[in-house]
Design a protein around this ligand. Structure first.
Ligand code: ADP
Length: 591
């Protein structure tokens, strides 16, 4: 029964050597039992001898498979000892079949019938002991030492149950069978052979092991089921998009939240390549994330846009997790994505509001400046006017008093100078302490501006392409002012692209050497420049936008001019507009 049960287990799991060895051992024990039964009733010496030979063969199979089972099951046994035992028993078998009366007897002199209780009787052989019998007896001692040693090592490593159960039952079997059988051989005890009875110790231990395995398996199955229920409900309810991908890059799982935000039903999307989920602009990012996850080393965070079923794009932040099979190979990966579209949108909204407030503040300041200017100029201008009118009156009266006239003209000159001073001081006030020059890398300064504007540009679906000459010299300029220029140009470019289709909104910022300095160009894919606008773009208060002030480019020009650079605009060669400016390099400026 035990052999059959292990045979079934082995058929289900052919990799398990332990099962195969258990089958062999159990069937050998059953065969030994049958041979022992035949020996009980044999009356002819040749028949008895032949049966003894066969019994020894099956005892050999039983013991050798048991020795290797201990080796495979406990994992702590010494291989060389197992090999030695196998060799000893192989030699025993050769001797066993070489001698006519097996390895036990050199010669059987008689078969005696022994009566037991209830009129039962059995056959017992009497003969001359074979000197080779020492070999299997020695093997028995080696097996005992081998098993005790393996069980002891396994026990000390903490595997107490298998060590106790397995080691204990094998030792019990060896003591019962290994001591009793030689005593029968030697005629010391007059009983039948009972190797198969001794094997019951092992049967008991292994059956106990089987039952506890079965109990454990059903407990694990319940645990797995509960775990699976918990995971399933988590995947169903979590407010994160979860996408399972095979190592080949095909989608094999999506959760309900993903279906909701993407607009794809599971049936539409399962089996399709994961790359179908990203718009062309983000394809590279997604492919890189997939490749890394395929190597079992996923990027902990990646950002790529999810292309929804209706063409809408959602900004997502993804975490990737690689899944491994039992052998440690990557069996797929999970992308867990958070939808940050709304968050980015509201952040961009907030920034836009902040800038609007800033703009109004500037308009306010400008208004204040204008009224201060008007107030300051009003007085000298009024004085100049009344003096000029008085002079005209003098001259109309004929024969004017030249002395009087000179005085009037002196007053006019004085008032005019004052008006000039007012304007001059106003200009000085506006400019006062503004520019704090330093030497810095333009590319890094531009990158800072882009990251400041990042979420707003993202919100409008604009892709930024940076193209910086690696050998760019540093410039000598006001860093804040140059960043203000960049911010103006980039925001103007963004404003010019509101009518551009979503996938084509692109701002390319290039910086390269230009003579002794650096040239920066901001190129967009927006509406471009009308010929009649081109001459007026940098004029103060020129604007084509209803909410525009028309001061942005004027300020840019003032800043660039004050650095000794140049700023200009042209219609882009491939559509859109291109705004460029130059700045002197740090060394050239210092010289
Ligand atoms: P504002 O943006 O307040 O209108 P600016 O001085 O920044 O003031 O710009 C003036 C005008 O120049 C804008 O109204 C717009 O017509 C035009 N302009 C600026 N940048 C661009 C661009 N990249 N593409 C097309 N037109 C532009």
């Amino acid at each position: 029964m035990l052999g059959l049960m292990h045979l079934l287990l082995w058929l289900n799991d052919r990799r398990s050597v332990s099962y195969a060895l258990s089958v062999l051992m159990s069937f050998a024990a059953a065969t030994v039992a049958l041979v022992e039964l035949s020996l009980l009733n044999t009356l002819s010496v040749p028949e008895y001898s032949r049966l003894l030979q066969w019994q020894n063969l099956w005892v050999c199979v039983l013991l050798v498979s048991m020795v290797w089972l201990v080796y495979a099951h406990l994992g702590t046994a010494r291989r060389w000892l197992a090999a030695t035992i196998t060799a000893m028993w192989s030699l025993t078998l050769v001797v066993n079949f070489a001698y006519p009366a097996s390895v036990v007897f050199s010669e059987i002199s008689e078969l005696r019938r022994i009566s037991t209780f209830r009129d039962e009787s059995f056959t017992l052989a009497i003969g001359i002991a074979n000197p080779w019998k020492l070999l299997p007896d020695l093997a028995t001692v080696v097996i005992l030492l081998y098993v005790i040693d393996a069980a002891n090592r396994s026990w000390r490593r903490g595997a107490r149950r298998p060590a106790g159960l397995f080691g204990g039952s094998v030792v019990l079997f060896m003591v019962l069978a290994g001591i009793h059988a030689p005593l029968v051989d030697a005629g010391v005890v007059a009983t039948p052979y009972m190797v198969s009875f001794a094997f019951l110790a092992i049967v008991l231990a292994m059956s106990y092991e089987l039952v506890s395995d079965a109990v454990r398996v059903s407990r694990y199955a319940r645990q797995i089921e509960a775990n699976e229920r918990r995971w399933r409900s988590l995947l169903q309810k979590v407010q994160l998009a979860i996408v399972g991908v095979t190592p080949g890059g095909e989608i094999d799982y999506v959760n309900p939240f993903f279906e909701r935000i993407s607009g794809y039903g599971a049936n539409d999307i399962l089996g399709r390549p994961a790359t179908a989920l990203a718009p062309p602009a983000d394809l590279q990012k997604l492919e890189r994330a997939l490749q890394q996850a395929g190597q079992g080393d996923p990027e902990p965070h990646s950002e790529w846009t999810l292309l929804c079923a209706n063409g809408e794009q959602r900004k997502m932040v993804w975490s990737s997790v690689s899944l491994f099979d039992g052998e440690g190979a990557v069996s797929g990966f999970l992308g867990i994505g958070e939808d940050v579209t709304e968050r980015l949108r509201s952040r961009a909204e907030l920034q836009r509001t902040q800038r609007e407030i800033e703009r109004l503040r500037r308009v306010g300041a400008l208004g204040e400046l204008a009224s201060a200017l008007a107030h300051e100029l009003n007085q000298p201008l009024t004085a100049i006017l009344s003096n000029a009118q008085a002079a005209r009156r003098f001259m109309a009266g004929g024969d004017p008093d030249l002395g009087e006239l000179r005085e009037i003209i002196d007053d006019i000159i004085r008032d005019d100078k004052r008006a000039g001073e007012v304007i001059h001081s106003m200009r000085a006030m506006v400019r006062k302490g503004e520019i704090d020059r330093e030497s810095f890398a333009v590319d890094a300064a531009i990158e800072e501006v882009i990251s400041m504007l990042g979420s707003e540009l993202d919100g409008q679906g604009i892709t930024i392409i940076l193209d910086f000459d690696p050998a760019l010299p540093e410039v000598q300029a006001g860093r804040v002012e140059i960043q203000q220029v960049m911010m103006n140009l980039v925001l103007n470019a963004a404003n010019a692209m509101t009518q551009t289709p979503a996938g084509q909104r692109e701002i390319k910022i290039a910086a390269c050497g230009d003579g002794d300095g650096v040239r920066v160009t901001v190129h967009d894919t927006g509406r471009g420049l009308e010929p009649e606008e081109q001459g007026r773009l940098f004029d103060p208060f020129f604007t084509t936008r209803p909410e525009g002030l028309g001061m942005g480019l004027a300020i840019c020009r003032r800043i660039i001019d004050s650095h000794g650079g140049r700023i200009w605009a042209r219609d882009g060669k491939r559509g859109g507009a291109a705004f460029s400016f130059t700045l002197p390099a740090a060394k050239a400026a210092a010289a």
